[in-house]
Design a protein around this ligand. Structure first.
Ligand code: GTP
Ligand code: MG
Length: 327
């Protein structure tokens, strides 16, 4: 695998399912320190990409029941003998108290399950860095032999798109709504959802959840047919995370979709498209880092920025000047 004995040992521990080694490796990929970056990349390289998990992106507004769902759904999967990893994407400090750690009470059973691994997101990171560290954490979980990786986002700003671009399927969790209000769900989010789950379909909320499901099923039918879907998808279902109702149904729907996509070459195609997307993102990110890392270039960048702000130059012309090789 590699010449570095420490690195090989770490890689072997991760591959054998050592959760502490996995946790430490995720800490490494989260670090911005250049020497850590080098180590992280070497480690990811040593681990390779032979193992694949089903990556499920999960989004929903605060309070919709994401944590409760992950606990119930995760426990159902581990009971089936699957290994489940949970990662959270939290692009800002919008959630006070910092992400899923504060949810320990709602995921304490799953957190104690030896076949589950829960990783809260570090707070206060910007979106670019979030994408990279989450992608790398997903890769580490796959290398560690997890069968399912759940990537949770509360859905602020662009985080849904970001999560969708690193997931094999994207699940949108909704709460029962009154009347025909579509809960302010943006069209863009509906377009990336593969499965819509209306949660809290229990007790007094059950009838309302059923109506909400029908509304969304109707809305999904109005969207353009997508090449990555078999008939009947994207679909909407009701679940109760609290009473663990509809979860096996939801899992079956995910399996059906995944199998179909594998059989039709869409799984591999999507992963290839995602790899291309992230490669281009990385090139841009690293080019920007090079620009701002070089004192001369940074001065030129600052100077040109001031000229653009002052209206002396167009953004395009200024950018060209920044990048122009000195004569
Ligand atoms: N009736 C009912 N309540 C639920 C269900 N799922 C979650 N809840 C309740 O909804 C509230 C919010 O649940 P959480 O799981 O914390 O929601 P969340 O989406 O993780 O919320 P944030 O982490 O704040 O974004 C809690 O009081 C849960 O008990 C459900 O299936 N039925
Ligand atoms: Mg939560």
């Amino acid at each position: 695998m590699t010449d570095d004995p420490n690195l090989s040992a770490t890689a072997a521990r991760i591959a054998s399912g050592d959760r502490r080694a996995l946790a430490r490796a995720i800490t490494l990929v989260e670090s911005a320190r250049p020497d850590h970056r080098t180590q992280a990349l070497a480690l990811l390289d040593a681990l390779g990409t032979d193992r694949q998990a089903l990556r499920i992106g999960l989004s929903g507004t605060p309070g919709v029941g994401k944590s409760t769902f992950i606990e119930s759904f995760g426990l159902m999967l581990t009971a089936m003998g699957k290994k489940v990893a949970v990662l959270a994407v939290d692009p800002s400090s919008a959630r006070s108290g910092g992400s899923i750690l504060g949810d320990k009470t709602r995921m304490d059973m799953l957190a104690r399950d030896p076949n589950a691994f829960i990783r809260p997101s570090p707070s206060q990171t910007q979106l670019g860095g979030v994408a990279r560290r989450t992608r790398e954490a997903v890769a580490l979980c796959e290398a560690a032999g997890y069968d399912v990786v759940l990537i949770e986002t509360v859905g602020v700003g662009q985080s849904e798109t970001l999560v969708a671009q690193m997931s094999d399927l994207f699940v949108l969790l909704l709460a029962p709504a009154g009347g025909d209000e579509l809960q302010g769900v943006k069209r863009g989010i509906m377009e990336i959802a593969d499965i819509v789950l209306v949660n809290k379909a229990d007790g007094d909320l059950k009838a309302q959840a059923t109506r909400t499901r029908a509304d969304y099923a109707g809305a999904l039918r109005l969207l353009r047919k997508r090449a990555q879907d078999p008939d009947g998808y994207p679909l909407a279902k009701t679940v109760s995370a609290l009473e663990t109702e509809g979860l096996t149904d939801a899992w079956d729907a995910m399996q059906t979709l995944t199998d179909w996509r594998r059989d039709h070459g869409i799984w591999d195609q999507t992963r290839a498209d995602q790899a291309r997307h992230w490669f281009k993102e990385e090139v841009q990110l690293q080019l920007m880092a090079q620009l701002t890392g070089d004192a001369d270039l940074r001065d030129r960048l600052d100077h040109m920025e001031r000229r653009v702000i002052a209206g002396d130059m167009s953004p395009a012309a200024a950018a060209m000047q920044v990048l122009a090789k000195p004569a």
